[in-house]
Design a protein around this ligand. Structure first.
Ligand code: NAP
Length: 455
């Protein structure tokens, strides 16, 4: 079997890679486990120096990696640079803070000494998606390696060049051999890797379907898993919102990464007395986005990452229109090469339409009108997903109350867009997955929380 990188802007084959055979994969797992046995005994200081090197290498090669992402999955070059900067940031964050974040917690008991210690559990498998091909991997790898675990990466099959480039960052940074390895395999081989006794946990970022399959295997073998899955984030626009600002943020969040972000704004839930004004401004702003070659500076929306994904998205749009949604912008497959899909706006979106019930993983905004705040909350929570969400209102106390108490999601932002930050936990509820990445919650996911009791 081969793994192929195809440029989604031109449909050209960039490079083919032979998929690894089972024996080769098992050999890498054995070596990565041996690496763990030594790595776990290294000091935070030693690890931190290497992790900072990784951050420096990322920064020094920002342009190269941004181009690689643009070529393999169509990310606009400006966004690629920002992604690399963010990766360097997460390396620095965990290099500086890991020791503090997982320092032993002393607890007063009848013992002379009792405390909670956090210990690495071993080799962790990361199954990662193509949409943020560097960030998703580094937000796993930086805490995992700083905590003393080792990692193997099964990256999405359309970004093999990114997978190898990331492996090389760790090699160049001076990490001991086999501390972090890339497996060049398709998804059919993931179960076998989870079954390997030396693999102690698995984290998957991707679709809910893939998450369920990995969780089932990990559960059967009682291995720890973390799942970061899909989302259909609701952006609620209340009658007292600063409409212009809300629209700017909504459009920005809908179009980031050409619409292919788990935490992109996907459903715009707007109360009726500002609905027509919001819709008009939203369409106007979506129209301004420039679609084109991801390597050009002025491009705001690149191609979708693969033609099949673009075609799936178009089917969701078409079937929603057939059920009564109004297409106010876009909604067609452009002629010519590449997996392009234009910024699209669907209005009058209702329950029972795919645009309401499913995740739209592309530059398609679904506008849902509601009577009032109460209905807005009901609609926002009327989804199988629970990743992020946002609320727009000039009354920040009202926004905060709704965000903290009413919205069913792993995060909820007020008057701004949902984003990840190494200092804050990131993850979802419901079918958006379980477990957390980033912050002290993330680094502890693959650690043994051990009670030590000395009489
Ligand atoms: P995907 O098709 O699920 O692929 C993700 C990864 O899982 C790839 O490495 C893929 O390998 C692998 N995979 C697919 N099916 C599998 C299976 N049955 N068993 C084991 N591994 C399997 O997802 P995607 O299309 O790349 O990414 C889009 C989805 O990811 C969206 O739903 C998005 O919301 C979600 N996402 C979530 C987050 C988050 O943090 N919550 C972040 C980013 C993306 P192959 O490429 O070889 O198939």
């Amino acid at each position: 079997m081969t793994i192929q990188a195809i440029n989604p802007a031109t449909d050209e084959l960039i490079q083919s890679y032979d998929s690894m055979m089972v024996d080769e994969v098992n050999g890498i797992i054995e070596k990565a486990n041996e690496a763990f046995l030594k790595w776990r005994r290294t000091s935070f200081k030693e690890r931190g120096v290497l992790m900072k090197n990784a951050g420096r290498i990322l920064t020094e090669n920002k342009e190269k990696y941004a181009r690689l992402m643009a070529m393999e999955m169509g990310k606009p070059i400006k966004e690629g640079r920002a992604e690399v900067t963010k990766c360097a940031g997460v390396c620095d964050y965990y290099a500086n803070n890991a020791e503090f974040l997982i320092k032993p917690e002393h607890v007063m008991t009848e013992a002379s000494k009792s405390y909670v210690a956090f210990q690495p559990i071993g080799l962790i498998l990361a199954v990662m998606p193509w949409n943020f091909p560097f960030w998703q991997v580094f937000r796993f790898a930086a805490p995992a390696l700083m905590a003393g675990n080792t990692g193997i990466l099964k990256h999405a099959s359309n970004v093999p060049g990114c997978a190898l480039a990331i492996e090389n960052v760790f090699i160049e940074a001076g990490f001991p051999e086999d501390t972090f390895r890339t497996l060049m395999i398709g998804s059919g081989m993931v179960e076998g890797v989870i079954e390997n006794k030396l693999v102690k946990g698995v984290t998957l970022t991707g679709s809910t379907l893939a998450g369920k399959s990995v969780a089932k295997k990990a559960g059967e073998l009682l291995k720890k898993s973390v799942l970061e899955l899909g989302g259909s984030d609701a952006y609620i626009v209340l009658e007292d919102a600063d409409l212009e600002e809300a629209v700017n943020i909504c459009v920005f969040s809908r179009l980031i990464n050409s619409g292919q972000s788990c935490i992109a704004a996907k459903r715009f839930i707007v109360v009726e007395n500002v609905l027509s004004e919001f819709t008009e401004l939203f369409v106007k702003k979506m129209k301004e986005a420039k679609m084109g070659d991801p390597l050009l500076e002025e491009t705001g929306v690149g191609p979708q990452a693969r033609r099949d994904l673009r075609d799936d998205l178009h089917r969701q749009v078409k079937e929603s229109i057939e059920k009564g949604a109004k297409c106010l912008l876009g909604g067609y497959i452009p002629e010519g090469k590449g997996a392009f899909y234009p910024p699209t706006v669907l209005a009058d979106v209702k329950k029972g339409m795919r645009a309401y019930d499913e995740e739209l993983f592309g530059p398609v905004g679904a506008i849902i009108g509601v009577k009032n705040e109460e209905e807005a909350i009901k609609v926002a929570n009327d989804t199988v997903f629970g990743l992020g969400g946002a609320i727009f209102t000039k009354d920040v106390n009202r926004g905060e109350r709704l965000a903290a108490e009413e919205i069913e999601s792993g995060s909820c932002f007020v008057n701004t867009f949902v984003r990840s930050d190494p200092r804050l936990p990131f993850g979802g509820i419901k079918e958006s997955g379980y477990g957390r990445e980033l912050s002290h919650y993330g680094i502890k996911e693959f650690l043994n929380i051990k009670t030590v009791y000395v009489k």
